[in-house]
Design a protein around this ligand. Sequence first.
Ligand SMILES: NC(=O)c1ccc[n+]([C@@H]2O[C@H](COP(=O)([O-])OP(=O)(O)OC[C@H]3O[C@@H](n4cnc5c(N)ncnc54)[C@H](O)[C@@H]3O)[C@@H](O)[C@H]2O)c1
Length: 273
Amino acid sequence: MASAMLAANSQRYQGKVTIVTGGSAGIGFGVVSVFVQHGAKVVFCDLKSKEDEGKAKAVELNAKGPGECIFFCCDMTVESQIKDLIGFTVSQYGQIDCVVNNAGAHPPHKPIDDFSAEDLENLHRLNVTGYYLMSKYSLPHLRKTQGNIINNCSLVAQISQREAVPYVTTKGAVLSMTKALALDEAENNVRVNSFSPGNVLTPMWEQAAIASGNYDEAIEIGRNEQPMGRYGTIEECGLLCLFLATDATFCTGININITGGAELGYGRKTRKE
Ligand SMILES: NC(=O)c1ccc[n+]([C@@H]2O[C@H](COP(=O)([O-])OP(=O)(O)OC[C@H]3O[C@@H](n4cnc5c(N)ncnc54)[C@H](O)[C@@H]3O)[C@@H](O)[C@H]2O)c1
């Protein structure tokens, strides 16, 4: 993107130590890329299955600089691994300035009848408890640097989504957790904010399109859900996170939509006959 490239020369987050969860692909990778372009030192994690991809992408980003990044294996549903991720970052760089909670999942769309309590709890373990534990264990370090937490929420926390009750509840929890933590941590000068993507074309979105049975049609429908007539990009999400981390110094407890206007106006909301 032209704007990202122009801003890339300004190193807006030079030397700042940032952890991004789920950074091997999708929006997380967009955040890692933009932060490295702006001079940050980034530790990003992903599942063991994404280790090769993460390490290969780290080599590419480090070759370009001017910041740097390291891949670290961490399953965000495992508390001991979350502690290891934070311990590794502090041993490597001595501090933490920013945490971007991003790793999340969206199960295939189904009515509530077909989701068990276990399905709901397992999804909360990643989408909510993962964010919670990552925040809890990094806060002692963020208080020292007067750093900030950025939570990747979702537009569906506000407008909901068909046949996705478990996912929508997790994102509602993230929206509320952001405000509750922001309130508590303001006196420590730690800011806590969230951003809410609408449709950003990532591996997650593409998997959903494949699961629909008609990939091309699903992609076209998704594109037309935005008045702007396109999907958001992972780089645009990265730039929004950079704004929250660097410029938004009097903002805490806020949520910023990055949706191409998807929540605006009336549209047909009933099923076709
Ligand atoms: N893509 C969208 O349109 C969209 C919209 C709204 C919100 N979001 C949110 O953005 C975040 C990222 O979504 P995405 O579309 O980039 O997804 P994605 O699946 O393309 O990428 C997510 C990354 O997180 C990793 N991950 C998954 N489970 C993990 C775990 N247990 N531990 C560590 N890493 C794990 C995946 O391996 C992957 O690399 C999610 O929280 C999602 O809810 C996405």
